[in-house]
Design a binder for this molecule. Sequence first.
Ligand code: ADP
Ligand code: MG
Length: 339
Amino acid sequence: MADIIKLLPDHVANQIAAGEVVQRPASVVKELLENAIDAGATNIKLIVKDGGKALIQVVDNGIGMSETDARLSFERHATSKISCAEDLFNLNTKGFRGEALASIAAIAHVDVQTKPENAELGSFLKIEGSKITAQDVAATPKGTSIAVKNLFFNIPARRNFLKSNQVELRHITDEFQRVALVHFDVAFQFYNNGSELFNLPKENFRQRIVHVFGAKMNERLVPVEEETEVVKVSGFICKPEFARKSRGEQFFFANGRFIKSPYLHHAIGAAFEGLIKSEMQPGYFLFLNVDPKAIDINIHPTKTEVKFDDENTLYAILRSTIKHSLGQFNVVPSLDFEH
Ligand code: ADP
Ligand code: MG
């Protein structure tokens, strides 16, 4: 029998990988914002058009890229953030897979402008479906601008699967808020179809929460602070009387990244037991800092699911810490329980 196995060409492999990293415009927003953060930006601008279907652009004032790095950044497994397997267990950056830009470029039209601080001129690159189609020098400020147009132009099934502009914008806003909340020391602007949705100055965490969710938050927040050998917990919970029926303002940030954890969410619910009705959801904005070696964020490409070494201990600490904060700030049941 003749040999039938062949290696997939790079552009096909990239398109397959892209399906995992990029589900919708909001996935691109997340990757670009995180790259800007990793580049040390202090100001980040997000510009979208038509729910991200026409344009997603992130402009940062971070370290920028040399011309060679700019070309390389769109190759698969090209990353400046890790160099060996050990690094995976000691991550200080959002990215590390070196897959995002390669994936995005496989399924969209991408324009890049970038300049490192000390370079006189920057570079401009155009990449369409994994191929560099134009390149030039560019007079551009320090930092990087990446514009992603016509997402899924070469995967009609995916493009048709996208929801309305309004729904896609909602997903983008969710991603934006997650990144903006955790990086309160970075200034952000966010524009949709030319109108400004957010303009956030560098500020503290409380101010950022109020800026993102409105002045009503001012009276709702109760500070949380605890440090043990296993974890440092900090941030805010919302007073019980502001609990809501629907899930809404609930944020865990583990070592600086937004995570989803039904298990730890349950711990918060347990701390509020007796203070809110069982069908109500308490609001929270909590940072959990653990030893990077005690957390595995390499289990899913989008990195919102993570694995903690000692989840049971974390659960117990979280519950008692929240209970303590509720008690300390004289938060007492204000609801009339119906029986
Ligand atoms: P990862 O973030 O996992 O390293 P990406 O595909 O997102 O992979 O990016 C590849 C590389 O491109 C990064 O490691 C970084 O060196 C460079 N890069 C991407 N975005 C930026 C940016 N906004 N500023 C500076 N460098 C960037
Ligand atoms: Mg990245």
